[in-house]
Design a protein around this ligand. Structure first.
Ligand code: HEC
Length: 126
C-alpha cells in the first residue's frame, strides 16, 4: 500500500523533463556502479567476433596456409582452440611475450573486448 502510494506520488509529481533527468541520473549511477560489482568482467561475443575476424581469415581461414614472412611459416589452426588459450596467446603477442612480428602487429590493434570476442568466435568455430 505504501509502495503504491509512493510510486503514484513520484510519477504524478515529476514533470516529463524532470522524470527524464531522474531516469538518466539513475542509469548513470547504475553504470558507474557496475564495474565495481564485477571487476574485469569482459564477456566475449561470438557474434561480435564474427564481424571482427575479417583481418584474420586471410591467414587463419585457409587450412595449411603458409606465410612467407618473416620466413616461410605455417599458420596455426585457431578454429576450435580453447577460448582461454586464444585469449592468452593474443595477449602474449600484444605484450611482446610472444614475438612473431605479424601477430604482434595484429594484436597491438586489438582491445581486450576484441580479443574476448575473437576468442569465443574461434573457440566455437569448427
Ligand atoms: C598475415 C597472416 C596472419 C594474420 C592476418 C593473422 N594471423 Fe594469427 N598467426 C599467424 C602466424 C604465422 C601465427 C604463428 C605465429 C607464432 O608461431 O607465434 C599466428 C598465431 C596466432 C595465434 C596463436 C595460435 C597458437 O596455436 O598458439 C592466435 C590465437 C592467432 N594467431 C589469432 C589471430 C587472430 C585473432 C587474427 C585476426 C585478428 C590473426 N591471428 C591474424 C598469422 C596470421
Amino acid at each position: 500500500m505504501l509502495n503504491v502510494q509512493l510510486r503514484s506520488r513520484l510519477i504524478g509529481g515529476c514533470a516529463a523533463a524532470l522524470c527524464a533527468a531522474m531516469a538518466s541520473t539513475a542509469a548513470a549511477q547504475g553504470a558507474a556502479k557496475a564495474p565495481a560489482a564485477a571487476p574485469a568482467a569482459i564477456v566475449g561475443s561470438a557474434e561480435a567476433g564474427a564481424k571482427k575476424n575479417s583481418m584474420c581469415i586471410g591467414c587463419h581461414g585457409i587450412p595449411d596456409y603458409k606465410t612467407a614472412f618473416p620466413t616461410v611459416y605455417r599458420v596455426p589452426k585457431i578454429a576450435g582452440q580453447n577460448e582461454k588459450y586464444l585469449i592468452a596467446a593474443l595477449n602474449a603477442y600484444k605484450t611482446g611475450e610472444r614475438n612473431h612480428p605479424t601477430m604482434r602487429g595484429i594484436s597491438a590493434g586489438l582491445s581486450d573486448q576484441d580479443i574476448a570476442d575473437l576468442a569465443v568466435y574461434y573457440a566455437n568455430k569448427k
